[in-house]
Design a protein around this ligand. Sequence first.
Ligand code: TNX
Length: 516
Amino acid sequence: MSCPVIPLPARATPASGGFVLTAATPVRVASGDLEPVAAYLRGQLRCASHAARADAASAASPPGIDLRLDPALSGAEAYALHIDEAGITLAGGAAAGCFYAAQTLLQLLPVEVAAGGLVAGRDYHLSCGEYRDAPALGWRGMHLDCSRHFFPPDFIRRYIDLLAMHKMNRFHWHLTDDQGWRLEIARYPALTRIGAWRDRTVAGHTSDHPRRYREERHGGFYSRREVRDIVAYARERHVEVVPEIDIPGHAAALLAAHPELACRRREFQVESHFGIFPDVLCPREETFAFLEQVFTEVAELFPGDYVHIGGDEVVKTAWRECAHCQQLIRDRGLGDEDGLHGYFVARVAEILRGLGKRVVAWDEVLAGAVSRDTTVMCWNSDAGRRALEAGYPAVMTPVDTVYFDFYQSTSRDEPRAIHGLSTLGRVYHYRPQPAGLGGGEGGRVLGAQGNVWTEYLPTGDAVCYAALPRMSALAEALWCGERRDWADFCGRLPGLLARFDGLGVPAARSVYKPMA
Ligand code: TNX
């Protein structure tokens, strides 16, 4: 059967006949573990709230949607979706699989259903058939930089909905950077009182303004309550939120609030320019004590396994000129500032291990030989290979392919992007496993993610335009692995774009050309 679903299911076997779904169709579960998935599906369909247990369903019970676990399925995220005239069954290796079966079902229904639920009194015809499916890779992620620009919680939820629709399961939430600290920390209120706001100049073309621009404050932050709500919302959608607190560089907003943590004693501003800045955190005991408090709150707000501690683009001049840093390098035999970076990361990793978390860091930390249980997020060219050869678990996010702040076409009408070009086809053909590595290196590829840096993306609409449909291409590449099919994807693309329209999501409609 022609299958409109993205990512493309592994097997779709058509059968004759159809099932008629209505707003009165019950959604039932065979096991309590699946009740949250059923509640989600009922919420999406806005259909009868019918919590009857599937195993109690007798011949007299009406045809419905039944959710169950099937341990024979290969893995927690594997699923089978069965549609016949008597009903619909969603089976998952675990709740995640059932959730993905529900996503496939939603994509088989008209977009109006995903946008607003089933309309009472209307019949929705679904062709009979069976879908069997499982992902190729475990870490299927999207990142969003909420520091360069702030996006309100409602947008974050919409973004998580997009991940869920694409069966993506990690939301890497970049919460701090030079241009803003976005996470409320109870112990250090100055982080958001001061660190969450920056000056910005907005071009205006009003004739009444002599200079034709205006200055304003830009910013905002996520309160602890908002964070808890978002984490719970993501969890209902089988998305783990991986928070990033970027240290020791990209720390201007932090230093604006806490200048005492810098090597150089001076005042700092939340940066209103984009780039890389020379002042970084000083590796003193008071800095580690501060970070311990911060990460204790982070660990409490984010119950997932992973916490990202940044580590990218650390300018080391301040450490070179700092007597304490040089003493530390000598005392501990760290060699140089790269060794000091490794020491810094190791100290923070120790804090996180104590909090029961796994550490993720950008690939620059490889220079400092961090411990092998660090998950290395590889963005620089060849970092993936280096991380794997050195034995690290790796999440691939190569800058030249899955940075969705890059231009996506050569059309002169593209809105402003940061630089570079990564077309839909380039993303679709992306393979996270570096060629020529056989897997005997000790390290392994957990998966990959797309990054959305927002220096030039000031609104949620701009983020959607940059991310879509490239994120759809990446989702299919990671879910389908080697069975992906570019021509088939291109055939499904118009339907996907119409779906985004129906959902009110402004995806790009640039002219895409397949890679030569
Ligand atoms: C590099 S990727 C950065 C970000 C920028 C991005 C722009 C990484 C770890 N650092 O700070 O926003 O490039 O594409």
